[in-house]
Design a protein around this ligand. Structure first.
Ligand SMILES: Nc1ncnc2c1ncn2[C@@H]1O[C@H](COP(=O)(O)OP(=O)(O)OP(=O)(O)O)[C@@H](O)[C@H]1O
Length: 247
C-alpha cells in the first residue's frame, strides 16, 4: 500500500548545521505516527520541510502520491496537509469562535463563497468543534482569557476547521498540565477515529507518545536512529542512549 506521506532521503542544512541528513519515513493513511528525538535532533526542521516552510536541499516528499517538496505552504495546506506549532498561534483579542472562523478562511475560498454561502455552516462547524474539544462554554470568550492548555485545545480545533487529511502536531502537550494532557490525548485519538484524520506528532513527553502513536520514528543528530512500535522504541538501547546522552 502506498503511504499517504512518503519522505525519501530528505536533507536540509542551515549553513554548517546539517539539521536533517537523508531522512526517509512513511506515514500511512488513518494512522497515528510519532516523531521523537532529543532537543536539536531535527524534528521541527523535518516538519517545516514537509509543509513547505523552506525548500529541502535534497530528497523527495510525496503526499498522496504527489511530489510536494517544491510547493508552497498554502498549496500544501490546500491538499489537506496542515501543521500546528510548538507556540500557539491564536489571536488573543478575538473570541474562540472568531479564531475558528479566521482559521477556516485561510483555506482559500472565494470571498463570495466565504462570506455568504458557507458562513452559516462554518459557524455551526466552529461551534461543533469547540464542543468536541470541550470549549463550547467558552466559545464567546477572548482567546487570551483561556489557560495555556485551553489555548492548545483551541488551536487543535482551529486546525480541524480546515478539515485536514493529515495533521502534523509539534509538541501538542508541551506546557499543559497533566489533567488536560489526558483530555488532549483522548481528543487526538477521537479526531483520528471519528474524523479519520491521520496524525503525525512530535512529542517530548514519552508517556504521551507511547500511549498515542502506533509507530514511532526517532531522530538523533539529524539522522533517523530507529523506528518501530512504541514497545520496541521504549526498549531500544540506541534511543535510550540518545536521550541520556542529550541531557
Ligand atoms: N532557521 C534555522 N537557522 C539556523 N539553524 C537552524 C534553524 N532551524 C533549526 N536550526 C538548527 O537545526 C538543528 C535542528 O533543529 P530543530 O529545531 O529541527 O530540532 P528539534 O528536534 O525540533 O529540536 P527541539 O526538540 O528542541 O524543538 C539545530 O541545531 C538547530 O539549531
Amino acid at each position: 500500500m502506498t503511504a499517504m506521506l512518503e519522505v525519501k532521503n530528505v536533507s536540509k542544512s542551515f549553513g554548517a548545521v546539517r539539521a536533517n541528513e537523508s531522512i526517509s519515513l512513511e506515514v500511512h493513511e488513518g494512522r497515528i505516527v510519532g516523531l521523537i528525538g532529543p532537543n536539536g535532533s531535527g524534528k521541527t526542521t523535518l516538519f517545516s520541510s514537509i509543509v513547505g516552510a523552506h525548500p529541502v536541499d535534497e530528497g523527495s516528499i510525496r503526499f498522496q502520491g504527489r511530489e510536494i517538496s517544491r510547493l508552497r505552504v498554502a498549496d500544501i495546506a490546500r491538499l489537506g496537509l496542515i501543521r500546528t506549532f510548538q507556540q500557539t498561534r491564536i489571536y488573543g483579542g478575538m473570541t474562540c469562535v472568531e479564531n475558528m472562523l479566521i482559521s477556516a478562511s485561510q483555506r482559500g475560498s472565494s470571498l463570495l463563497d466565504l462570506f455568504h454561502i458557507r458562513s452559516a455552516a462554518r459557524g455551526r462547524q466552529a461551534e461543533d468543534l469547540l464542543a468536541f474539544v470541550g470549549l463550547h462554554a467558552k466559545r464567546h470568550l477572548r482567546a487570551d482569557s483561556l489557560s495555556f492548555g485551553q489555548q492548545k485545545l483551541l488551536e487543535f480545533a482551529m486546525a480541524l476547521m480546515n478539515e485536514p487529511k493529515m495533521l502534523m502536531l509539534d509538541e501538542p502537550t508541551a506546557g499543559i498540565n497533566p489533567i488536560l494532557i489526558d483530555g488532549l490525548i483522548d481528543r487526538l485519538k477521537q479526531a483520528n477515529a471519528v474524523f479519520g484524520v491521520t496524525l503525525f506528532v512530535i512529542e517530548h513527553n514519552m508517556r504521551v507518545i507511547m500511549s498515542l502513536a502506533e509507530h514511532i520514528y526517532c531522530l538523533a543528530h539529524g539522522e533517523l536512529l530507529a523506528e518501530g512500535p512504541p514497545e520496541e522504541i521504549r526498549n531500544d538501547r540506541r534511543v535510550i542512549d540518545a536521550y541520556l546522552g542529550a541531557h
